[in-house]
Design a protein around this ligand. Structure first.
Ligand code: C2E
Ligand code: MG
Ligand code: MG
Ligand code: MG
Length: 279
């Protein structure tokens, strides 16, 4: 190819790159203002007990409400992490979940514990545990309402540090569950060192388990080993009754998924809690 052609190609890439960088900067600026403008909201997805069919927990899942509609976390959490903004936004999510519980309580509605997702950037921050405790201290009547979901890979990165942090949180009544379990490399035996309450089996195993015996075996093994360590097991991303039936057979404890409910706004949860308190 001629040098001229190569040069033209380079200029094209350079222009593309600049456009990407500019786009990212714009997004970053909008995100910086999003907290102040109260554009972040929490949706909640119920966790269902497989033996009683009852709602036994809620998971808070953040969304960004913009003029163009609701933006899912995959589109902005990575940038929040890269810029460190996740520390503030993540703490906001924890406080908002506690506030929602309190608001429901003032209406006579008892909500099950709420699980909030926590990213590695948050946990590595040395102020993380004191910040969470300070939020909890402002809700003195709500002792056992908060759970944190932490992904498997993240815990193994700094195991000793994390064990210490988790025990401090546990002392304050915070429950901890391991998210996306099965996708990382941790051995279940590590889990016995950690004050963990539950494992959430990653959606990929649940969606494939009816077609793929390997996945059924993995799910079954995780459940048995987890139970031997006194951990509860939650199946993520359950979409069919066939999956529920198999999970019951395998003695899984709880499930979440579109089959029962997608993540919904707080008002929908309120309606659900009202219906529950009158039956
Ligand atoms: P996650 O914690 O593993 O959450 C499960 C994701 O699967 C959610 O996506 C949920 O909407 C989706 N899901 C639930 N049931 C089904 C189903 O039956 N089928 C399918 N296809 N999907 C289902 P979402 O809300 O987009 O959240 C994605 C991820 O973003 C979360 O994964 C979590 O890692 C992160 N995230 C969400 N909110 C927060 C937050 O407040 N803080 C932090 N640090 N991360 C968050
Ligand atoms: Mg989660
Ligand atoms: Mg998950
Ligand atoms: Mg995930």
């Amino acid at each position: 190819k001629s040098a001229k052609q190569a040069n033209a190609k380079y200029l094209f890439y350079a222009r593309e790159m600049n456009a990407l960088v500019a786009e990212k900067l714009i997004l970053e600026n909008r995100l910086r203002q999003a907290l102040d403008k109260q554009e972040f909201i929490l949706h909640y997805q119920p966790k269902i007990n497989l033996s009683s069919d009852e709602v036994c927990g809620l998971e808070a899942l953040i969304r960004w409400q913009t003029q163009d509609g609701l933006v899912p976390p995959i589109k902005f959490i990575p940038l929040l992490e890269e810029t460190g903004m996740i520390i503030e936004v993540g703490l906001w999510a924890i406080r908002k979940a506690m506030e929602d519980r309190q608001a429901w309580k003032e209406k006579g509605l008892i909500s099950p514990p709420i699980a909030v997702n926590v990213s590695s950037v948050q946990i590595k921050d040395k102020n993380f545990v004191p910040a969470v405790i300070s939020v909890l201290d402002s809700f003195p009547d709500d002792k056992a309402g908060l759970e944190l979901e932490i992904t498997e890979t993240l815990i193994m990165e700094n195991l000793d540090d994390n064990i210490k942090k988790f025990y401090e949180l546990k002392d304050k009544g915070v429950r901890i569950s391991i998210d996306d379990f099965g996708t990382g490399y941790s051995s279940l035996s590590y889990m016995s060192k950690l004050p963990v309450n539950a494992l959430k089996i990653d959606r990929s195993f649940i969606s494939d388990m009816l077609d793929n015996p390997d996945d059924t075996n993995i799910v079954s093994t995780i459940i048995m080993l987890a139970h031997s360590l006194n951990l509860k097991v939650i199946a993520e991303g359950v979409e069919t009754t066939e999956q529920v039936n198999l999970l019951r057979l395998l003695k899984c404890d709880q499930f979440q998924g579109y089959l029962f409910s997608p993540p919904v706004p707080p008002l929908d949860i309120e309606t659900m809690l009202k219906a529950r308190s009158t039956t």
